[in-house]
Design a protein around this ligand. Sequence first.
Ligand SMILES: [Fe+2]
Ligand SMILES: [Fe+2]
Length: 276
Amino acid sequence: MKRFLPVDQVARDSRFRWVRDSERAQDPRESDVLGNGNYQRAGRFSPASEEAPERTRRLMHGIFMGEVQALEGAGRTCFDFDTGDGADQAPYALKLDMARQCWDESRHVEISVKLAAWMGTEIGEFGEGRGLYEAACNRDPALRLTAVNRGIEGLAIDVFATMRKFGIEAGDPVLTFCEDWMLADEVTHVKMGSDWLRRLTADDPERRERALEFQRLVDKIFSRAGRGDSAEDARQYRRLAGFTDEDIDEAHQDLSPEEERAFRRKMTADARAVPA
Ligand SMILES: [Fe+2]
Ligand SMILES: [Fe+2]
C-alpha cells in the first residue's frame, strides 16, 4: 500500500463525485450556504423555515462525507509515518489514538448513513468536497492533527451542537440523538489535536513555535462559527477540548478574505505535492 495517498486516489464507488469548492458554489442547491466559502459555516436556520428540511439534508450529507474522510485521515496517520519520535515520525501512542479515532469515525459513518435514510437522502446525492482529506495529507503529524482535529473537527463540534439544538426544537429525536452521540466523540478528537501538538514539540522549541503559529491560523479559520446564539456552547465545548479562553478570544479576530484564502492554500499545500 502506498504512503501519502493523493486526494484523487481515495476509494469511492460510482455514487460519489468529487467537486472542488469553486464548482460546488455553482450548484444552485448549495449556493446559499456557500456564500461564505464554507458549508459548515452555514447561517443559522430555524425548524420553522420552509427551507429547513432541505438545508438539513444537505448539511448532514456534507458531515457524512467529512466522517468518511476523517476515518481515512486518521487511518493514514497510522500508516503514512514510521513509528518513532522523530519530526517525520509518529509515536506509537499517537497511532493508538488515531486507531481509536478510526473506530469512532466508522461509527459516525454508520450513524450518518442511518440518519440520511431517516431524512430521505441518497448517498452521493450531493457532491463531495475533499478539504478534510487534503488537510490530512500534511507531512508533519503535528500540523496534520492541528488542521484536522483541532481545526476542522472543532468546527464540526459547532455544527453538531447547533444541529442537536435544532433537532430538539424540531421535535426530531433521531436527529437529536445522532448529533449528541457524534458530538461526545468529537470533543475527544479535538482534544487529541490540542494535546499532540504540545507533546510532539515538547523538546524542540523551534518546531513548537512553527506549530503554534500554524495553530493560531487554523484557529482563526475554524473557530469563528461559535458566534451568535450558540457562542456560549461553542466556548464550553472548546474548553473541554483543550482550548484556553485566550485561544478562543484570539481566534475570534477576523482574517481578511485574502488572508483566509492564502492560509487555506497553505494548509492543503502538501496534498498538492503528493506524487501521483
Ligand atoms: Fe466524526
Ligand atoms: Fe472526529
